[in-house]
Write a protein that binds this ligand. Structure first.
Ligand code: ZN
Length: 286
């Protein structure tokens, strides 16, 4: 009887321990489950692009260089790929028919200011330096450029690219960012010579990053595409002339390879103009 009492007491002790251990076990199981869910979420954190695509790519070209509509858009049109062209109207006028055709074929026209002001550290911009601008002046440039684009092409420019990728006016303590102005006037503002692609959920539309594609072969672009696919990013590529290898020139051979890659459904690339992607994100990223 004594033994029985002892074994009862022992059982009770074990049960008590089991009762105190049980909630701890529950917490542990909960933590393990939660970390599994978190891992699954970070694995699937890749943004849901349309049509099950894994990344977005925008091709963009600046300054309305003549080669863009002489040899660039005909190649893009062969592949049915639409790009964004950030134009300076006075340069655009040199090939106006080509630009009209580009618009008819679905390419996007963006604003790149009226006179392309950059820092006066560039000797060619010393007499039209951002350091000497005010916010009022730059706003006027942007407005006038939009007006000119409408007159020449009957298009409303909804996107903008900062000349030289520079986003300021003034000097010293009077330096001001004109990013808020761009945010107010356009659905997207694109930089230049950045190092990262855009995170579709996080990105600031008025300061989209762009990676240079001038002077590059496809094997230099491919790692950027692969990285964008892995992380679900939006890669905006930026270039100038379009043709054979040369100064500030996006190589047509590279573009051909890039478009073939993007057209292969197994690569899951959504290749669209900047404005199209920006609008999609603004609608879907909430
Ligand atoms: Zn430019």
């Amino acid at each position: 009887m004594k033994l029985n009492t002892q074994s009862f007491a022992l059982n009770l002790k074990h049960n008590k321990r089991a009762i105190t251990i049980f909630p701890q076990l529950l917490i542990l199981v909960f933590i393990v489950l939660l970390s599994d869910v978190t891992n699954a979420q970070s694995d699937s954190a890749v943004f849901a692009w349309p049509e099950g695509k894994r990344a977005a790519v925008s091709l963009s070209f600046d300054d309305a260089r003549e080669s863009q509509v002489i040899s660039g858009t005909p190649l893009l049109d062969q592949y049915g790929v639409k790009a964004t062209f950030y134009v300076v109207p006075s340069t655009m006028e040199k090939q106006l028919d080509g630009w009209k055709k580009a618009v008819t074929n679905g390419h996007e026209i963006g604003n790149h200011t009226l006179t392309h002001p950059c820092t006066g550290n560039f000797s060619w911009s010393r007499n039209n330096a951002l350091e000497d601008y005010t916010l009022k002046q730059i706003r006027n440039e942007l407005k006038e450029c939009n007006k000119r684009i409408r007159e020449l092409l009957n298009v409303k420019a909804e996107v903008f690219a900062y000349p030289c990728g520079q986003k300021f006016v003034g000097k010293g303590i009077n330096t001001k960012s004109y990013v808020p102005l761009v945010a107010d006037m356009f659905i997207a503002g694109r930089g230049w010579m950045d190092e990262a692609a855009n995170d579709p959920v996080y990105c600031n539309f008025a300061q989209l990053t762009a990676i240079e594609m001038d002077g590059k072969d496809f094997d230099q672009i491919l790692p950027l595409l692969e990285e964008a696919k892995k992380t679900g990013q939006w890669l905006v590529l930026a270039g100038h002339e379009m043709g054979e290898p040369g100064f500030q020139t996006t190589r047509l051979v590279m573009l051909k390879n890039l478009m073939e890659y993007a057209k292969d459904p197994s690569n899951g690339i959504w290749i669209k103009p900047v404005g199209t992607v920006a609008k999609y994100l603004k609608e879907h990223k909430k």
